[in-house]
Ligand binder design. Sequence first.
Ligand SMILES: Cc1ncc(COP(=O)(O)O)c(C=O)c1O
Length: 360
Amino acid sequence: MRIKPWLAGLSPYPPGKSLEEVRRELGLKGPIYKLASNENPLGPSPRALKALRKSLEDIHRYPEASNRALAEAIARRFGLKPENVVVGNGSNEVIDLLIEALVSPGEEILFSEPSFLMYEKFGAAAGAVLKRVPLKNYRHDLEGLLSAVTPRTRVIFLDHPHNPTGSVLSGEEFEAFLRALPPEILVVLDEAYGEFVRDPQAVRGVDFLRRGFAVAVLRTFSKAYGLAGLRVGYGLMPEDLARVLNAIRQPFNVNLLAQVAAVAALEDEGHLQRTRRLTWEGLDYLSQALSGLGLRPLPSQANFLFVECGRPARPLYEALLRKGLIVRSMEAYGFPEALRISVGLPEENRALIQALGEIL
Ligand SMILES: Cc1ncc(COP(=O)(O)O)c(C=O)c1O
């Protein structure tokens, strides 16, 4: 056999520790709070759960291969056509499909450093050349990205809000960026946290898609909709591109339960609104309380806070872990003095602040 040479050095995605692992390793007795993966602390919509229970009896059948009902529900929500929608096994799969459709070995993909890990993971697997542009003031450096473009650039990934900082771009900045790019480059706005954005100036990718710009917008049911464990996300994009992605993906890429739950979750506007309210109140509370402890949380348009601690953050991360609070150390992202903290339930947020107060 001959494995493709560019795959030799790749390793699997490093998963976070499970609650049980943490409990066992640290011998913790009390409650453990996971504020590390930007999940919905309210859990899934009760309507999604009900639809799931009903569909359990149908799992001897294959799901709908076209994901049609879900694509229609998504299209209705955004005023687009189902032909603009690609549903995936998490939005992760849509990232992979976009690269597969657009990037040949040796061609370039461009993204900020740090960014969501999957752009580089799927890019590397496709044999793409990975080009990274450092953030500027914790935001995407659009000028820097523009100057990194070459004739071999095929796709630019922008996580928006940015993960891990929670920063956003204005519609104006984004439009100027798009207009300065050669038309053969696709810009992907990864709006995994799009439902949490409060800033009315922030870009909404779908507005640009409706205006005919060649952009792809990624969204997910893993965050605001509380369905991370089912793995379902989607991309909104020009019809000709969506047609190709739907042609190359697996026929049953989204399982039956995920399809049914996602349709029901989309219909439960009340649960989404409760989630947003809880998140925004949590962000406000945590920002104020963390600042009160002498730390520096950045303004965030997502459901997490990037916190500059002004000292090495790993000891803080480890001390929190010993108290049963799992957050994310930003060392591996190039910020050894920062933590990323997901907004939890009010009692989880209070427990975090109390624990940090004791540690500091
Ligand atoms: C920026 C960003 N994009 C995409 C995803 C992946 O979402 P999904 O669960 O839909 O694959 C995440 C999840 O952490 C993310 O932070």
